[in-house]
Design a protein around this ligand. Sequence first.
Ligand code: ZN
Ligand code: ZN
Length: 118
Amino acid sequence: MIDMEDKTLICRDCGREFTFSASEQQFYAEKGFTNEPGRCPECRAAHKAQRVASGRTSGGYSTGPREMFPAVCAQCGKQTQVPFEPHGDRPVYCSDCFAQQRGTGGSSRRSGGRNRSW
Ligand SMILES: [Zn+2]
Ligand SMILES: [Zn+2]
């Protein structure tokens, strides 16, 4: 077994000196790492956290604010904003009326059909 001594290294991120302890060196040697750590433990932790955070956001579709267009609801006349550009060929509804439009006329609800016995 080789006797290891604590080493003082300079962090490449913050430029501070940090200790690469004998036990860490041993750990590195056991893992087969030949490189000495380039960053102090703080910067390493920060770097790791950053990578995890960015990995999370880049994984899914960005749900940031969408571009909204001003419009007037065709049903209630209220000023509203819609996530698409209104062209005038289709009625534009505010979110309330849009929900109503979707709620009625769907296959989920039949109007009166059930009450008729014939
Ligand atoms: Zn550092
Ligand atoms: Zn409306």
